[in-house]
Design a protein. Structure first.
Length: 499
């Protein structure tokens, strides 16, 4: 997308038509690309001055600045200073306050005192003072993904995306809506599919139909266009809210396409709350795998698209999870009606306390978990434990009371993984052929060989090597079982002693 101030549209005849590029504009695109390359190692201010010259040469401010906006995303600007600018300002301002610097001479003395304290030359301090301002940052790298022709294609796509930002409804006709519907679901947009002669029409509803206008929703419309533009033989008609005036935007595959480069990775999460929760939950390393954007769930004539699902690592059991943030009363009413229509699924919902609908959600789902600001992982962990108890009990009931692994030495974790159950389902069974030592199952014959291999006074490292040859990795538990302790000698190691 471009910024709204760079949008170029024609409103002739009451329409709303983006002013796309022509082949003649390639020379402008080439000039902008060359300008960036020529100013590597120079401050942004000089680059902007050069771009202004390009604008004057071609008398097209919005076109040149639109190309530059796209090039900026391929460029790296860095602060170049011998000392951090914030530190330079802090020391220089303190010196100026001490000296009461007002005149140019007093300013020079303040810089000299700051330089003395920072052990650098006064010129270094002066250059660092405001080196982090945007116009003083230096262009250190420029690696565009496009040549001049592809830049035109990218510009047209970005221009159309910007025009769609104010759409209230988008209607797309295509002979194969599968990829389009997948993108609509992933972007969490409301839609319906209508049959039309020669194909199907996907109608995506905008924020005015249900929500107050939001930048995030408008941005999703724009992101959807990239998916549309990748398909063949499509038509798009959008209703645009043009500052209170309703206008019609019409696009086809002849207007917009996607440059032959890999697109930038789009965000995985729709909110910081979701991203924060996912990161903290995955860090726990539980017996549940967190799945982003699972399959849609039927809710009567509609669908519910949960934010997440939790998959139990030891079976196909899945718990769906929705984070219900702040929305309008109309949205909440529709959301509750969808929950009421769900059947035969395990469903948890984290509810923003400000909504005041926790009891209603609790009655319609498996549980409502209140949150404010962030979703507490502990609360979700506690909610999942209710399922774990039944899952572990079912898995344990499916196993025989006695387990006889083939291996002479096997950990409980390995055995549980081989059986496809949790460790809890295994550890309360009996093992007639093995002895449980710590979290490891060991045949008595192996314990006898271990006893012969260990002697008082051995270095701990030697004992660990001997046990490892027998397939035993938990040396501490085995040594204790054989009647030994470890006498530690600082960080250098230890010696095996009899208890």
């Amino acid at each position: 997308m471009l910024t709204k101030d760079l949008l170029r549209v024609s409103r002739a005849g009451g329409g709303y038509r983006p002013q796309f590029t022509s082949p003649d504009d390639e020379v402008v695109a080439r000039r902008v690309l060359e300008t960036y390359r020529e100013h590597l190692g120079e401050p942004r201010a000089r680059l902007d001055e050069a771009l202004t010259e390009v604008e004057n040469d071609y008398e097209s401010f919005k076109l040149v600045r639109g190309f530059a906006k796209l090039c900026d995303r391929e460029a790296t600007f860095e602060t170049e200073a011998e000392i951090p600018p914030e530190r330079a300002r802090r020391v220089a301002f303190a010196a100026a306050e001490e000296l009461g610097a007002v005149t140019p001479d007093e300013r020079e003395r303040a810089l000299a005192r700051a330089a003395e304290r920072l052990h650098v030359a006064p010129q270094v301090v002066e250059e660092a003072l405001y080196a982090d301002l945007e116009d003083r940052q230096v262009l250190t790298a420029f690696e565009p993904r496009w040549d001049s022709e592809e830049l035109l294609t990218q510009y047209d796509l970005s221009l159309a995306q910007t025009a769609l930002f104010d759409a209230t409804e988008v209607r797309i006709r295509t002979v194969d809506p599968k990829a389009l519907v997948s993108a609509v679901k992933r972007l969490r947009l409301l839609y319906e599919i209508r049959k039309r002669e020669g194909g199907r029409e996907v109608v995506v509803t905008g924020p005015d139909a249900l929500f107050k206008r939001s930048r995030r929703y408008g941005t999703r419309f724009a992101r959807l266009l990239r998916t549309v533009a990748k398909t063949a033989d499509w038509e798009l008609t959008a209703t645009i809210d043009d500052r209170g005036t309703e206008r019609e935007l019409h696009l086809t595959d002849a207007d917009v396409s996607v440059p032959g480069v890999d697109p930038l990775t789009e965000p995985d999460f729709d909110s910081g709350v979701e991203a924060d929760f996912a990161a903290r939950f995955r860090a726990l390393d539980l017996d549940w795998a967190l799945v982003r954007e699972p399959e849609p769930l039927e809710a009567g004539e509609h669908v519910v698209i949960p934010d997440f699902a939790f998959d139990w690592n030891h079976s196909g059991f899945r718990v769906f999870f929705e984070i219900m943030g702040f929305w309008t009363p109309e949205y909440i009413e529709k959301k509750l009606s969808r929950f009421a229509a769900l059947e035969d699924v395990a469903f948890l919902v984290a509810v923003d306390e400000s909504l005041g609908v926790g009891e209603e959600v609790e009655a319609l789902t498996d549980g409502a978990i209140p949150y404010s600001g962030t979703v507490r992982v502990k609360d979700i962990r506690d909610a999942l434990r209710r399922y774990e108890a039944d899952l572990v009990a079912d898995a344990a009931a499916a196993l025989p009371d006695e387990l006889a692994p083939d291996a002479d030495v096997v950990t409980i974790a390995t055995l549980a993984a081989e059986l496809g159950v949790s460790e809890d389902a295994v550890e309360n069974k009996s093992f007639p052929d093995h002895e449980v030592v710590g979290r490891t199952l060991v045949r008595p014959a192996v314990l006898d060989r271990a006893s012969e291999a260990i002697a008082p006074g051995m270095a701990l490292s030697a004992a660990e090597d001997a046990l490892s040859e027998l397939g035993i990795e938990d040396a501490s538990a085995i040594l204790s079982r054989l009647g030994y302790r470890v006498e530690w000698e600082g960080l250098s190691g230890g010696t095996v002693r009899e208890k």
